[in-house]
Design a protein around this ligand. Structure first.
Ligand code: NAD
Length: 310
């Protein structure tokens, strides 16, 4: 038996619930939202689909339902309004998430937190601090950026996305960067593979790919008003990794405690994710320029964290 509670049944939470229902990611799925009607509407809608899918319990609930949850997904929050700074948004969502987490912890008796609310690295650090749950708190971090990168590489080299490996590290935000040193096509580093494939991969092309990946979310928001499909699949995949104890490597957001010389900040590096949460943080060798980019990213997140902690 496995149980997942999603707190925040908006665009992200509802798409995640739908993805989890289609893939039968768990046996019991609960939607919690300040707007109970919305959560209930989403749950009823999914229930209407279940007869064509499989047996599963999906319902709208309350914070009491966090009891016995294996995973609690946090997707409650507000989006950035015109004229607001990143710090304004962070302060608002930190305040919403504090209230949500206080309510969850009244009933918490185990399980992992999976954080999607933005700015996700800041919220991941704050939830870790409030709950004291350490590596049981996982941020979606740059998982979405990483799969955007992999799909760009796959298209560029005309290979299946399974063969295209690459990672976006650091902040899920402006200071993120592509680790070109870790990017490869089926084990062959991208620069070598580009030569073999006769594809131009000079610095300009790399900059363009990194830009497309970084602005991917903004592009979608401009056209449809929000992003939800990509992140829903990231959350669902992480949930499957956790519940299946798969120990898969993902670029999730996690608190760093000295790795790469970074402390007291959550950001994305390669992590083994399994039943107990982040079970290993991998300090794989990176060239100096990428370590500097990671440290710069940490600094950017820290400034927001310090701003909201005042
Ligand atoms: P949304 O406005 O559609 O939904 C947010 C939901 O949160 C609403 O249903 C609202 O009622 C609920 N909510 C607000 N305050 C609450 C509270 N105190 N208690 C319970 N529920 C509350 O927003 P969305 O598009 O679903 O986005 C949700 C969050 O996910 C945002 O912070 C967004 O930036 C983030 N997001 C993250 C990623 C990522 O890669 N990590 C991708 C997309 C969106």
């Amino acid at each position: 038996m496995s149980k997942i509670v999603i707190v925040g049944a908006g665009a992200v939470g509802s798409a995640t619930a739908y993805a989890m229902a289609i893939t039968r990611a768990c046996n019991e799925l609960v939607l919690v939202d300040l707007n109970f009607e919305k959560a209930e509407g989403e749950a009823i809608d999914i229930n209407h689909a279940l007869p064509y899918l499989h047996g599963m319990k999906v319902y709208a609930g309350q914070y009491e339902d966090c009891k016995d949850a294996d995973i609690i997904v946090l997707s409650a929050g507000v989006g950035r309004k015109p004229g607001e700074t990143r710090l304004d948004l962070a302060a608002k969502n930190v305040s919403i998430c504090k209230d949500v987490v206080d309510n969850i912890m009244k009933h918490y008796n185990g399980g992992l937190f999976l954080i999607a609310t933005n700015p996700v690295d800041v919220i991941t650090a704050k939830v870790t601090e409030w709950t004291g749950l350490g590596d049981k708190v996982i941020g979606t971090g740059t998982t979405l950026d990483t799969i955007r990168l992999r799909s760009e590489l796959a298209q560029m080299f005309d290979v299946d996305v399974e063969s295209a490996q690459g990672y976006v590290l650091g902040e899920h935000g402006d200071s993120q960067f592509v680790s070109w040193s870790l990017s490869n096509i089926s084990g062959v580093c991208v620069d070598e593979y580009a030569k073999i494939a006769g594809v131009s991969l000079n610095d300009d092309v790399k900059t363009q790919i990194a830009h497309t990946v970084k602005t991917g979310g903004g592009t979608v928001i401009k056209k449809k008003g929000y992003t939800n499909s990509g992140i829903a699949i990231c959350i669902t995949t992480l949930a499957q990794t956790i519940l299946g104890g798969r120990n898969t490597i993902h670029t999730v957001g996690t608190m760093l405690d000295g790795l790469y010389g970074i402390n007291d900040v959550a950001l994305s590096i390669l992590c083994v994710v399994g039943r107990e949460g982040v079970i290993k943080k991998i300090e794989c060798p990176l060239p100096d320029n990428e370590i500097k980019l990671l440290q710069h990213s940490a600094q950017q997140i820290k400034e927001i964290l310090d701003g909201v902690s005042k």
